[in-house]
Design a protein around this ligand. Sequence first.
Ligand code: ADP
Length: 260
Amino acid sequence: MNENSLKKTLSKLNIGDVRYFDSIGSTNDEALAWAATGARDLSIIIADEQTQGRGRLNRKWFTPKGSALAFSLILRPSAALRPHLSRTVGLATLSIADSCSKLGLVPLIKWPNDILLNGKKTAGILIETVWSGEDIDSLVIGMGINVYKTSVPPTELLQFPATSIEDQLGKKMPEREEILKSVLNAFIHWRERMATDEFIDVWEGALSFRGEQVQIHAESEAPIIGELNGLESDGSLRLHDIHDKSIIVRFGDVSLRPTA
Ligand code: ADP
C-alpha cells in the first residue's frame, strides 16, 4: 500500500483526516488517542501491519504486513444519530458486506461483529468508546479485513474458520485501497440511513444462520440455545427457544456459533 496514492484516493471521499502507518501496535489505540484530542468526524488511521491488533476481550487480531486492510474510523455522532448508536456495529458490518457483494462475493454477517464468506470469518469489527463524563464523545470503529491469503491466521490460532477475499475471489483481485474506498463509500451511504427501518431490514437480511439453531456464549453464563430469528430495532439479536419464546441477546462479549 502506497501512502501517497492512498491519501490521493481518500481525498476524493467526504471523510476527515487520514493518518497512515507502515506498522503500528493497534489502529484502535492510535484512534482512541487521536479522538480524545479532537480528531474530526470520519478521520481514519490505517496501517499496513498491526503488531498488537486486538479483537474483543483483548483477543489477538492477526494483521501481517502487506496482507490485509486494518483501519479505525473515528465517529463523532450527530444529535440525530445519538439515539441509534447501538446500531453502529450493523453500520460497520453492513459496509464491509456491501463492498464484498460489489466484488461478486456473497457475504453474511455473524452477529454481532464478524463478516463471513463461505461460512468463514473474513473480517471483524472492534468498537470502542471515548467518554466525556457520562456522554459519548466519539466512537472508534476498528475494521480488520482479510484481503490476501497471507492475512489468514494459522488454524491453531482460530476458534472459528477463517478465509480471505483472495481465497474466495481467485485471481481477479482489486487493490486494497479500492476495497477500502468501497467500504468507506458504503459506510457514508448507510450512516445517512442509520435511523431508518430500512437499515434494520437490510442488516437483518444479511445475517448468517437465520432460521438455524445457534448457541450464544457469554462470559460466565450458560450458553443460550435457540433458532436465530432476527433483530430488534436496537440491533439486539432475537432467538426463539424450543417453547417458541423470544430470547433477546444484547451486545457485549457474546460469541455466536452454529450448534451443528
Ligand atoms: P469472536 O467474534 O469470534 O468471538 P473476536 O471478535 O474477539 O472473536 O476476534 C478475535 C478472534 O478472531 C481471535 O481470538 C482469533 O481466533 C480470530 N482471529 C484473529 N485474527 C484473525 C484474522 N485475521 N482473521 C480471522 N480470524 C482472526
